[in-house]
Each structure stands twice: as structure tokens, then as C-alpha cells.
Design a protein around this ligand. Structure first.
Ligand SMILES: CC(C)(COP(=O)(O)OP(=O)(O)OC[C@H]1O[C@@H](n2cnc3c(N)ncnc32)[C@H](O)[C@@H]1OP(=O)(O)O)[C@@H](O)C(=O)NCCC(=O)NCCS
Length: 147
């Protein structure tokens, strides 16, 4: 997917918390040596490598393609690639209001590891807490792609 495609899909999936990222922002991220993009028809995930950890910077699936296992499949590939690179854990921030995404992460073994108060703002300017979630890749067996 090109930076324009990524920005278009991101804008469809996010409004204020977090705000949509521009094509220029995606271009600079993709230019970073430690940022990796995985995409399939209908969705993508952007990951940043930080020492022996990986951070999910963003994940988005087109509204017409949801609940078909696309996000879970992308995250399982991220876990697999991370393990192969000797990375022990994956973390991310998610709005405490985003119960769908939290359900996705919990279904893949992520656990709540903290909170960042006021990390996002909603369209009325109200502060929203981000939940920090972490997947310990050394725990449990490697997952299988089932969808
Ligand atoms: C969150 C998001 C990436 C999920 O993508 P998806 O491809 O629909 O997710 P999957 O089909 O892989 O879901 C796998 C499991 O996660 C859970 N899940 C996913 N979306 C859910 C929702 N809206 N509500 C409750 N559980 C959900 C379910 O357990 C689901 O399994 P099931 O469908 O068998 O019940 C997608 O809804 C999206 O792009 N949302 C807007 C952007 C966003 O919030 N990104 C995450 C920001 S941190």
C-alpha cells in the first residue's frame, strides 16, 4: 500500500482519538529503518522495533472487511516476525473507549500493562486515557494462523 492508500484507510478508521495521519506522516514513518509495514487487502499494521521490543504504531481494517480475522492475522504475522528477530514482547496503546480493539488484543494474549491518562482527546476536547497493553512473546506456544 502507498502512503496515500494508508492515509485514506487510516482516515476511514480513526477520527479524533487518535487523529488521522497524513500521507506525509506515513511516508516519513516508512522511511524509518526500524518501522515495518504489513498489509493485506483491506487492512494494514505498522510496527516499530525498539531494541528487544516491538510497538504496534497503528492497525486498521476497512469497515467493510471487519470481523473476518484480518487484524488477528496481521498481528499473528507480526508476532511471528518478531520472534524470528529475537524480540521478546510487543506493546501498544489503545483508547480505553475502544472496546473492540481491546477485545482483539485480549483474544491474542495481550495484557494490560499500564495507562496513560489524557493521551488522546475526543472531538469535544475531553481527555481520554490510553491503556498500554503488552504481549509477552516468551509465554505460551507460538500461535498458528487459523483464518
Ligand atoms: C480493531 C480492528 C483493527 C479489528 O479488525 P478486524 O479485522 O475486524 O478484527 P478481527 O476480525 O481480526 O477480530 C478478531 C477478534 O477480535 C475481537 N474483535 C475484533 N473487533 C471487535 C469488535 N468491534 N468488538 C468486539 N470484539 C472485537 C473478536 O474477538 C474477534 O473475533 P471474532 O470475530 O471471532 O469474535 C478494526 O475494527 C479497526 O480497524 N478499527 C478501527 C481502527 C482501530 O480501532 N484500530 C486499533 C487502534 S489501537
Amino acid at each position: 500500500m502507498s502512503p496515500d492508500d494508508l492515509a485514506e484507510l487510516h482516515a476511514l478508521c480513526f477520527d479524533f482519538a487518535p487523529r488521522p495521519w497524513s500521507a506525509g506522516e506515513f511516508r516519513s514513518l516508512l522511511d524509518s529503518a526500524n518501522v515495518a509495514l504489513l498489509s493485506v487487502g483491506g487492512g494494514f499494521v505498522l510496527t516499530q522495533l525498539l531494541g528487544d521490543e516491538a510497538e504496534i504504531l497503528t492497525i486498521a481494517v476497512h469497515p467493510e472487511h471487519r470481523r473476518r480475522g484480518i487484524a488477528a492475522g496481521l498481528l499473528l504475522r507480526v508476532h511471528e516476525n518478531a520472534r524470528e528477530s529475537g524480540i521478546n514482547s510487543v506493546f501498544l496503546e489503545v483508547s480505553e473507549r475502544n472496546t473492540g480493539a481491546i477485545g482483539l488484543y485480549e483474544s491474542l494474549g495481550y495484557e494490560r500493562a499500564g495507562a496513560r491518562k489524557g493521551y488522546y482527546r475526543d472531538r469535544n476536547g475531553n481527555r481520554i486515557t490510553a491503556v498500554v497493553m503488552k504481549r509477552d512473546l516468551t509465554k505460551g506456544k507460538a500461535e498458528l494462523l487459523v483464518k
